[in-house]
Design a binder for this molecule. Structure first.
Ligand code: MN
Length: 284
């Protein structure tokens, strides 16, 4: 199932007839708009039979007639994997890399960092670059949405804790500031347009992903090249922090990262998960 947040913050799903059916009543009335997806995910065991019936019935609003927002506007935590593809490690420290000559440590050493959840933006938004004299890069990633409270989960069990998957961009300021600063700016975590539930993703560790800027191919890889796969990341992070329903893990980016500038259009495609198109603008 493909879940979304649309128009004035309604919960929805893409139905079999191509319309968006409203699921907002499946969470308690009075739930703050930004919390609705957290509520739906936390109550999914009870909610999903109703949601499935509505998806089969259809009769909602045509997809083209709604405005799709970030499908998970306010996770409690956004945890991200640093340098989780070997070819990305090589490019960052190599002769033409932005951190040329430095030792680039992978996820095996660095483990993880936190992005501010306020950096999330949806397909209705833009990537806003604050400073004209600094380099900002695109990073194409698979986003994992946690479905259940997860503490000290074994790798073999970890995928049972996944709610779904979404295309995710980890927009990055290059430089010597801490990762959590460089990657937490407003609009630096575009996600969407949908969360695809885990039952519709047979193998999250074998997904093609690619990214274009103004139609030019910049990144192309497959999640099978992840150093720490999805299950391993959940195991590693849940060993030290209790993951909450709705939390997002950014799994890391493959090789091909490069600068973006105002006026660019970035498109991330993950077949079976979705295609996310984001314009890039300068901050006013
Ligand atoms: Mn990243």
């Amino acid at each position: 199932m493909r879940l979304c947040v649309y128009n004035e913050g309604l919960l929805g799903a893409l139905a079999e007839d191509g319309t968006i059916v409203d699921l907002t009543d499946l969470v308690p009335a009075g739930t703050p708009v930004a919390e609705r997806m957290n509520e739906l995910i936390a109550s999914w065991d009870a909610a999903h039979p109703v949601a499935h019936d509505r998806v089969a019935a259809g009769g909602g609003t045509p997809e083209a007639a709604v405005t799709l927002r970030a499908p998970q506007p306010r996770p409690r935590n956004v945890i991200a994997a640093p340098v989780n593809y070997h070819k990305h490690q090589a490019e960052m420290g190599g002769d033409s890399g932005v951190y040329q000559g430095r030792v680039i440590l992978t996820v095996e050493v660095r483990k993880g960092f936190v992005k501010a959840s306020t950096s999330i933006v949806g397909p209705d938004g833009v990537i806003e670059l604050p400073w004209p004299d600094r380099r900002f890069d695109h990073e194409a990633e698979l986003g994992v949405v946690i479905g259940r409270v997860a503490s000290r989960v074994a790798e073999a069990d970890a995928l049972k804790y996944v709610f779904g998957y979404t295309p995710l961009l980890d927009i990055t300021l290059r430089g010597d500031e801490d990762r959590s600063f460089r990657k937490s700016m407003d609009t630096f975590t575009p996600i969407g347009p949908y969360i695809v539930t885990a039952d519709d993703v047979p193998d999250p560790e074998n997904l093609d992903l690619w990214l274009t800027v103004n139609g030019e191919l910049r990144q192309k890889s497959n999640t099978s090249y992840l150093i720490y796969g999805v299950a391993k990341l959940i195991s590693v992070y849940s060993e030290v922090m209790t993951l909450q329903p709705g939390d997002i893990i950014a799994t890391g980016t493959p090789e091909g990262v490069g600068p973006i500038v105002p006026g660019d259009t970035v498109v991330l495609t993950i077949p079976g998960i979705g295609e996310l198109t984001m314009p890039v603008v300068a901050r006013n």
